[in-house]
Design a protein around this ligand. Structure first.
Ligand code: ADP
Length: 550
């Protein structure tokens, strides 16, 4: 069973998405199951890890993931890696997995094989009319993918990048409606629809309010929240556009109405309310979001729906992130020949034209978003240089102001032989950084899971992280953790301030210089952890099995 932060409800036999919803008006709405009263609600068990079920206990399932991102063809952040890695793991375990995503013009087409039209005339309801779409099929490193291409002057997915437009809510609401229409029209009948973040959170609403009454009664929905900060808060327009209509029905507090703004619809809330199960990407963050003010206003909704809410730590794909087989790095290595890692350090220095000396390389890879702790990253650059270290940063932001701030920092440090700032998105370079750096910094304000520390550990790069979310669930401090010595794998600090950062980064740098043997042990401990999809894959299968129609 998944490691639940908030507990798991028993299988919801006649699932009602709205726990406290009044019975719908019979003339306008198809009849919903009886609402469950609070007294009938299940009491959440204590959040203790539960034993994994043997794989054979769960029959094969047909799972469709509806997603705005997929690594490596459409990647902005960790969501993309999760959809790919989880899909891979589910298939390895004998399930049939299909992935539906928009056909962006900026897809990495060099990673798609056998792309061909598979469904020519998909008409997707939109503002009382319909938009004509073509659906393509192709393989992305073995994953079976359907790409939806709308033909309309809105030009939803031909904009050169994935996010950052005023009509993002409408773009992804359209995509989600199109994905559901495609499932219905093509006669697919998955056991599970797994959707991700606000962009696809309307999938269960469409399923349980529209398609169920057209005969699609079998699928159940798992909704994963990768980031509570972005919720898709919007106006009534989205109801009219997608054909949900009935604002008087959806603007109910127990349905889609935003918890703060009574005149707004909240798509992420819709996903929580209507899905059969809701996960976020670590148990720690599941608690933080529900009980510690990190739910960005969704706390009451998470409380109402707590029996179907929990956290599963993301995995990383060991076919992609594995120093023993990685094609993007200069020298492959494993825990048994870890000294080979240093050839990558040399290669990284050559590539970025920084000095080849005895200093440790501290790195940051990630979106340059305030969430990632930008002022601490800046401080860490100067602190590292001051403490005889080198610093490498790879990051980008859709926010022009943040980008230009880091451009000016880059210019300021241009002549420093111990520092390189690379602004942009570069998957290949990121591999070399994970392999070549000694220390990976993740000083986030909040971090639902975080993949960079997991990838870094796989490459024997010691993480220095703030004690939040998935970082706290996966990194255990060398000096202060409750774990046995051989399970400590990095450095952790609690307070979001300069001295907090220095307390952990300073210890890491001191250890590198003063106790190289200890540092080497820490690298090996980190490499020995299993952060593959094996355990989370089983956790998701258990969730699917819990909610599927039996
Ligand atoms: P988030 O999902 O908040 O962006 P995660 O740590 O979960 O953060 O995932 C980030 C993923 O995106 C990692 O695989 C990381 O290597 C990758 N990534 C982020 N920024 C860049 C970049 N500028 N270039 C290459 N890869 C990046």
């Amino acid at each position: 069973m998944p490691t639940m932060a908030a507990g798991v409800a028993p299988a919801p036999e006649d699932f009602s998405p709205l726990e406290k919803m009044p019975p719908p008006e019979p003339e306008s709405v198809p009849v919903e199951p009886e609402p469950r009263s609070a007294s009938q609600a299940q009491v959440a068990p204590e959040p203790e890890p539960m034993p994994h079920q043997p794989v054979s206990a769960i029959p094969s399932m047909f799972i469709v993931q509806i997603t705005p991102e997929l690594a490596p063809v459409a990647k902005v952040g960790g969501l993309a890696d999760v959809v790919f890695g989880l899909g891979n793991e589910l298939e390895i375990r004998g399930n049939h997995v299909e992935i539906i995503l928009p056909k962006y013009d900026c897809l990495r087409y060099d990673h798609i094989w056998g792309l061909c039209e598979t469904y020519k005339d998909l008409w997707v309801p939109w503002y009382g009319g319909a938009i004509h779409c073509t659906v393509y099929f192709g393989f992305v490193h073995g994953r079976k993918c359907f790409f939806i291409e709308p033909h309309s002057s809105d030009n939803f997915f031909n904009r050169g990048c994935i996010y950052g437009f005023n009509d993002d809510v409408l773009r992804f609401a359209f995509f989600t409606r199109a994905a559901m229409e495609f499932l219905w029209k093509s006669g697919k009948n998955p056991d599970i629809i797994h959707c991700h973040d606000w962009q696809t959170a309307l999938a269960p609403v469409f399923l349980f309010e529209i398609y169920k009454f057209l005969g699609m009664t079998h699928p159940r929905v798992c909704f994963t929240i990768h980031n509570f900060k972005h919720q898709g808060v919007t106006g009534a327009q989205v109801l009219h556009a997608t054909g949900l209509n009935r604002p008087e029905y959806y603007f109910h507090y127990d349905r889609l109405r935003d918890n703060f703004n009574p005149h707004a619809i909240n798509l992420m809330k819709a996903g929580v309310v209507y899905s059969n199960f809701v996960t976020t990407v670590s148990p720690r963050h599941a608690n933080e979001a529900k009980d510690q003010g990190q739910g960005f206003g969704l706390e009451p909704t998470l409380h109402i729906h707590h029996v179907k809410y929990g956290g599963v730590v993301n995995g990383i794909d060991y076919n992609v992130w594995n120093p023993e087989i990685d094609h993007h790095i200069a020298q492959r290595y494993g825990v048994d020949n870890i000294e080979e890692k240093y050839k990558n350090k040399k290669a990284l220095r050559d590539r970025l034209m920084i000095a080849d000396n005895e200093k440790p390389i501290v790195a940051f890879v990630g979106r340059l978003d305030p969430q990632k702790g930008l002022e601490l990253i800046r401080h860490a650059i100067f602190y590292t240089l001051h403490r005889r270290g080198q610093f490498v940063l790879l990051g980008s932001s859709p926010d022009g102001q943040i980008n230009s701030y880091f451009w000016s920092l880059k210019h300021q440090l241009n002549d420093n032989p111990d520092c390189h700032i690379e602004i942009g998105f570069n998957e290949e370079l990121s591999h070399l950084i994970y392999a070549g750096a000694d220390i990976m910094l993740v000083p986030s304000q909040f971090e639902p899971c975080g993949l960079t520390q997991l990838i870094a550990m796989r490459y024997g790069t010691v993480p220095v992280v703030r004690e939040v979310g998935g970082l706290a669930d996966t990194v255990f401090d060398k000096d202060y953790s409750y774990k046995p010595l051989n399970e400590r794998n990095g450095y952790v600090f609690r307070d979001y301030d300069y001295s907090g950062l220095e307390s952990a980064l300073g210890r890491a740098l001191s250890c590198y210089y003063d106790y190289p043997d200890h540092f080497r042990e820490l690298m090996k401990n980190a490499m020995r952890y299993d952060f593959s999809w094996k355990n989370p894959g089983q956790d998701y299968l258990n969730i699917y099995d819990l909610i599927r129609e039996k």
